[in-house]
Design a protein. Structure first.
Length: 133
């Protein structure tokens, strides 16, 4: 792996070809990766499985399931269990999306590339930028 040199006089043809191949792989993954990200759903439960939630990777709630037994809870407890299940589903979707990104980067970045922990932190910051207030 070579380091980037901003001076074009020092660019080598083989380095440019390798960079072009990497860029092509990344661009191909962006299309596929976005489809894969869009298909991720997170699941979470609360109240011993009486309240279940499914969310999309963007955090939006796709489904809520409340068992008849959970309907006997007072409204405050039910609301807390709903929020807990949704939060767990969102965490699950985020974990899956981070894993997808980490796996993709491992395939695209050769050994000796950027630190995986640093990449994970950058991905986390990127994903948090899409969170709703």
């Amino acid at each position: 792996m070579h380091t980037f040199d901003a001076d074009p006089a020092n660019w080598r043809d083989e380095d440019l070809e390798q960079d072009a191949e990497k860029a092509a792989k990344i661009l191909a993954w962006v299309g596929d990766g976005q489809r894969e990200l869009d298909e991720i759903t997170g699941t979470g439960e609360a109240a011993d499985g009486q309240v279940k939630a499914t969310t999309a990777v963007d955090g939006l709630v796709r489904e809520i399931v409340i068992t008849p037994r959970a309907m006997r809870l007072d409204s405050r407890s039910l609301a807390e269990h709903l929020m807990l299940a949704v939060g767990r589903a969102q965490d699950d979707a985020e974990r899956q999306s981070r894993q997808l990104m980490t796996d993709a980067l491992a395939d695209l970045v050769p050994d000796g590339g950027p630190d995986p922990q640093a990449i994970e932190e950058q991905i986390g910051r990127l994903l948090r930028s899409f969170e709703r207030p």
